[in-house]
Design a binder for this molecule. Sequence first.
Ligand code: XMP
Length: 504
Amino acid sequence: MRTQIAVIDYGSQYSQLIVRRLRGLGYFAKLYLPGHWDDLDRPAAVVLSGGPARVNDPGAPDVDFDRLQSIGCPVLGVCYGMQLLNRKFGGTVAHCGDREYGPVTMDVQRPDALLKNLPAQSTIWMSHSDSVAELPAACQVLAVNPRGTPVAVRWNERFFGIQFHPEVSHTEYGTEILRNFLELCGEAPAFTMDRFKEQLIAETRGQIAGRKVVCAVSGGVDSTVLAMLLKETGADIHPIFVDNGLLRRDEGDEVVAQFGRLGLGIDRVNATDHFLGRLAGITDPEEKRRRIGDEFIDVFFRHAGQIELLAQGTLYPDVIESATSGSKASRIKTHHNRVDRILELQAEGRLLEPLAELFKDEVRELGAALNIPHDMLHRHPFPGPGLAVRVIGEITPARLEVCRAADAIFIGELKRSGWYDKVWQAGTALLPVRTVGVKGDERTYEEAVSLRAVTSVDAMTADWVPLPAEVLARVSKDILNRVPGINRVLYDVSTKPPAGIEWE
Ligand code: XMP
């Protein structure tokens, strides 16, 4: 789809959020790295994001100002972007003493199209330590903070700057400001999921070019949407489901049945023995992940045979993270969609990633547009390494079964009580500690399970869910009565950070 709004990414933690907000307003926006927007064709507007660098430092990221001016579209500089533009127009930028972080009151000084429909005062969200100092003669100050520092300026007909973040929800009129800016671009909103879907199907069909497509499916949202999208192109597809034996109870059968209902036959490969063999005696979390990832690649490629074209459900956040490594938080977990064999296919033009321009919530929207049922699109996320990262310590068939049994009781109760859809992710971890208890007249010395239910937006942060005591009581009673080997049930009340959502 043609990029309507280009967001030049100077590395702010909020850059992706700008893109999401602009898409939410109906404009197809994409991130570009400074100096890497050669392929950008006639955007209707450009936004320069914030970032951690300081414009006065040697080597600070720059912008091709001549090109920016020659495009002839409206330009909005946000935070770092504003400071950069001020220098380009001949003004200066200085350190503003204390770092200004958090909510601040903005006073509108002058009516302007950018601040249309805003009250005289409103709350804005700041996060900066430099700000504009001298302004070029023609520059108009549109709004100031309580210190009198300009927080919104206009250099000329088309160039605007704001020192605050309109994309974060704490900026009271952030969406209005972005909408006002977009109105200046003279183009109507063109981004709807139905339109995007039609274009994506056509583009993907073109890329497939009659080749047979192999893809891995897990039953998760991304791979399900991917498979359905491929089906819509009319291509000859071979969806492979590697059952690693680390799934929840009955999950493998459910995945096969679900795809059946969607009219997609999937090729299930039962590789439980291979995976459990590789995991025997391993307790280190990263080593577990590495072995599971390697085994997955081995099983998948062995089963797929000669591949004409491989499709993967890589999403936009993954793409940006790998392209701008250094500007984002370093990756904590090992990822497997860029292993050598996949890179080789990519180099040969045999890798297809049709979801690579979409955020997670947009993948769900696309799934709905493809008529995938709600419950398939709103399943809780489940980690690739499955229960291996929830069975703490050594993984044995017996311990997996205990974890599975307790998990099935917990998830079943969440569904029955209506809590499943209210939590973002839930699961059960089996802990490698044995504690003393009593069952009947017998002393027991058995393991414990810990239940976890969290809310989250993007898995970067998470909060534990205060489930009602009666729900927890039912789960606890059922597990203690029905799962052999468990004599203690705990509820995890840790936020992320510092705790991970998973135990390992
Ligand atoms: P953490 O434990 O890092 O989990 O707070 C954040 C989210 O990522 C999922 N997760 C994984 N997903 N492979 C995956 O595909 C992994 O190795 C992995 N580790 C964690 C986790 O379930 C949560 O949703």
